[in-house]
Design a protein around this ligand. Structure first.
Ligand SMILES: Cc1cc2nc3c(=O)[nH]c(=O)nc-3n(C[C@H](O)[C@H](O)[C@H](O)COP(=O)(O)OP(=O)(O)OC[C@H]3O[C@@H](n4cnc5c(N)ncnc54)[C@H](O)[C@@H]3O)c2cc1C
Length: 367
C-alpha cells in the first residue's frame, strides 16, 4: 500500500523529530520552515525532563545528546534569599524513566537537524493556509496538495489559524527573560535551582556544563509587553548567585507566556503537534517533552494505520489525556506561585518532593 504524502510545516523541535521518525519508516516527507536558520530564542537553554530524553532516545538521539548536554541530577528550591526549601535527586521523581538533561536550544536544534537529510528542510518557506482537501498555499503564492499536513509550526501556527479558527492561545499573565551566563567564577550554583520570590517571581538556573548556566526569570504581569526600564531591577532583592548572574543579563531574550486550551488537533487531512496543538505554561518544563512525544506517537500510529483519517483519530485519542494532565498540573503550579510566601514555603518544605512526584507520576508511562 502507498504511504501518504506528508507535509510537515515547521522545522522546530517537533517538526524535526517527526521528520526523522517518518523518514526512518520510509514515508515521503517534505518539510518547510518560515525562517532562515537564525532564531534568537535558539540562543538560550532548555531543560529536558526524563520523558523528553526518552522520546529523543526513541528517534536515535541519545548518544549525541549525551555529548552535548549536561545531566541534571538534583533539583533544589529556595526562597529568594537562597534559603533552602526542598531538594531531591531527579531519580526520586522519574524512577526508571531515565536521566534528565539540559542543553542549549541551538545544540538541540542542530542535533535534530543533523539527523535529517541536509536538503530535507526548505527554509524561507512560509505556509499561509491549508484546506480540508490538503491543499497548501505558500507565501510566494504557489500551492501544492498533500495526503496529510502536519502543523508543527509553533505557538502562532498558521495551520491552526487556517484549520481551527478561534483557537488562539491566551496570555498567561506572566513575562519572562532568558539568557546564558558564565558561572565559572560564581559560587553557589547547583544543577537545577528555582528561587521563589514574592508576587510570583521566579529565578531559575540550570547548569549546561562547560561553565555555562541557563538563567530563566519570570514575573506576573497584567500586560504582555515588557515593562519600561531595565528588567533586572525586578530581581534586586534576590540573593545567592542572582546579583552576579544578573550582571550578565542585559541582553536577555524577552517573551510573554501563553497557553492554549483547545483540545481538537485533527481535522480532515490536518494534524497539529507540539505548541501548535497545545502551547503549555513553562511551569513543568514539559512543552518540549510533549512536542517530542507527539512526534514519536504520530510516527508510530501512521506506521501501523495506513488510513489517514483513522490514524488522526487514534492520535487525538492517545495524546489528549496526557496533555490535559500536564496542562492541569501547570495551572495548579501557576496558582501556587501566588500563594503568600510563608504558606508556599511551608508547603514546599514539608511536601515539595511529594508534590513533584505526584505531578510527574502519569508521565512515567510510555506516551
Ligand atoms: C520561556 C519558555 C521556556 C521554555 N522552557 C522549556 C524547557 O525548559 N523545557 C521544555 O521541554 N520546554 C520548554 N518550553 C517549551 C518549548 O520551547 C516548546 O514547547 C517547544 O519549542 C515546542 O516545539 P514546536 O516544535 O512545537 O515549536 P517551535 O519549536 O516553536 O517550532 C515551530 C517552527 O515552525 C516555524 N514556523 C512558524 N510558522 C510557520 C509557517 N507559517 N510556515 C513555516 N514554518 C513556520 C517556526 O519558525 C519554528 O521553527 C519553554 C517555552 C517557553 C516559552
Amino acid at each position: 500500500m502507498n504511504k501518504p504524502r506528508i507535509l510537515i510545516v515547521g522545522a522546530g523541535i517537533s517538526g524535526l523529530a517527526l521528520t526523522k521518525a517518518l523518514v526512518d519508516l520510509g514515508f515521503p516527507v517534505e518539510v518547510v520552515e518560515r525562517r532562515s536558520n537564525e532564531d534568537p530564542a535558539l540562543g538560550t537553554g532548555i531543560y529536558l525532563p526524563a520523558n523528553a530524553v526518552r522520546a529523543l532516545r526513541a528517534i536515535g538521539l541519545e548518544e549525541d545528546l549525551a555529548t552535548h548536554a549536561k545531566p541534571v541530577v538534583r533539583q533544589r528550591l529556595e526562597d529568594h534569599r537562597g534559603r533552602p526549601l526542598t531538594e531531591f535527586t531527579v531519580d526520586r521523581i522519574w524512577g526508571e524513566v531515565g536521566p534528565c538533561m539540559a542543553t542549549t536550544r541551538r545544540d538541540l536544534h542542530d542535533l535534530l537537524h543533523a539527523m535529517v537529510d541536509s536538503d530535507a528542510v526548505r527554509y524561507n518557506t512560509e505556509v499561509i493556509a491549508v484546506t480540508d482537501e490538503g491543499a497548501v498555499t505558500f507565501a510566494d503564492g504557489t500551492t501544492s496538495t498533500y495526503d496529510l499536513v502536519v502543523g508543527a509550526d509553533g505557538i502562532n501556527s498558521a495551520v491552526r489559524k487556517s484549520q481551527f479558527p478561534g483557537s488562539s492561545p491566551r496570555f498567561l499573565g506572566q513575562l519572562c527573560w532568558r539568557f546564558i551566563a558564565d558561572d565559572t567564577a560564581i559560587p553557589g550554583i547547583t544543577d537545577w535551582t528555582a528561587r521563589l520570590g514574592a508576587k510570583g517571581r521566579t529565578f531559575l538556573t540550570v547548569q549546561l556544563g562547560a561553565g555555562r548556566v541557563y538563567c530563566y526569570a519570570d514575573i506576573n504581569s497584567p500586560a504582555f509587553t515588557a515593562p519600561a526600564g531595565d528588567w533586572r531591577t525586578l530581581f534586586v532583592d534576590f540573593g545567592g548567585p542572582v546579583p552576579q548572574l544578573l550582571e550578565q543579563g542585559a541582553a536577555a531574550h524577552f517573551a510573554a507566556l501563553y497557553e492554549s486550551r483547545n483540545t481538537a488537533w485533527t481535522r480532515a487531512r490536518t494534524v497539529l503537534i507540539g505548541d501548535a496543538a497545545h502551547t503549555l505554561s513553562p511551569s513543568m518544563a514539559q512543552g518540549g517533552a510533549m512536542a517530542l512525544e507527539d512526534a514519536v506517537v504520530l510516527a508510530d500510529i501512521l506506521e501501523r494505520t495506513p488510513d489517514v483519517a483513522t490514524a488522526l483519530a487514534a492520535f487525538q485519542d492517545r495524546r489528549a489525556k496526557r496533555v490535559a494532565w500536564v496542562s492541569a498540573q501547570n495551572q495548579r503550579r501557576d496558582k501556587a506561585r501566588n500563594l503568600p510566601g510563608p504558606l508556599r514555603n511551608i508547603t514546599l518544605r514539608h511536601a515539595g518532593e511529594r508534590l513533584f512526584k505526584s505531578n510527574h507520576a502519569p508521565l512515567h508511562d510510555q506516551p
